[in-house]
Write a protein that binds this ligand. Sequence first.
Ligand code: ATP
Length: 341
Amino acid sequence: MKTIATLGSHCALQLLKGAKDEGFHTLLVCLKKRANLYRRFKFIEKFLFVDRFDELTQPEKQEELLEEDSILIPHGTLISEVGVDLVEKALKVPIFGNRWILRWEADRILKDMLMKEAGLNPPQQLKPEEIDRLCIVKLPGAAGGRGYFLVSSKEEFNHFKEKLKASGLIKGEEDLYIQEYRVGVPIYFQYFYSPLEDRLELLGIDRRYETSVDSIGRIPAKYQINLDIPLTYIVVGNIPLVLRESLLDEAYNIGEAFVKASKKNVPPGMIGPFCIEGVYTHEGLFVPFEFSARIVAGTNLYIDGSPYSKLIYDEPMSMGRRIAREIKVGLERGALDKLLT
Ligand code: ATP
């Protein structure tokens, strides 16, 4: 029997619980300092301890994973702590999904390109001298909005840029991505694309709970003005959401367009879980600004299934379990090559 492995962070519990429920062996690549947490869960059968997650690419660690006949499930921590270069070039363990598309997620220029190819119009990217409206400035990497800031003029932008350079967070202006800020309510669509069935499933929807941005509205404006709290987007959790039913058709169309564009631009295309992230504006228009080309942590909400998974499956179907189910069916049909890279 194959082993399903992942890094101990982000959505590891959900992934390995789902894998165990589908009858796989489970393995966690675990930081030594987190052993106490993860040992609490009996569905984790084997541990591979590391001091840092990038040790995963060391030959002896990879050997251990290969001996266990492991399939690695990528999540946000693989991108932020190991990085796409190593995932592409040094990681020999098979990955569930398209490992090449992770670069398109991490690189803002490629990201925008793929979204445009899918007909999803992300907010406009601006140069510093073009800042003439409210803009959000993004730092590189999947860091959950850490370090993002808002500006409405070139002068304001320069002020923040110098502060970030001085603190060593960026090397220069080229590290910063300036995007038009779109006012709206955030919505994150959690999809699963099955290459085996050629079918897109919307398995859940959430929004993030971010500090300080979600805390400032809790006090009256007259106090907000005098408080010098920086606007940050640090994710501390996720909140479940259901969409107006009349918007669901559009949600499916968006996901399908993305799958189609990914097949054309990043073969073999999207495999398994992904997420499109955006806001609904006051006109009721969905403005997508991001995608994640792998499982997102917001799926942790639905470990026992979601209102949407229930419409497709008569059993609790988390995203983690859905991944394991696809691998199981792939094994039965001798079609694992369609799922792994
Ligand atoms: P992750 O990689 O973990 O998804 P991230 O660093 O890519 O995180 P984002 O998803 O880009 O972070 O966004 C962080 C926050 O900024 C979210 O609250 C999102 O709603 C907001 N945001 C991002 N871009 C825009 C935009 N153009 N207009 C309005 N809000 C935005």
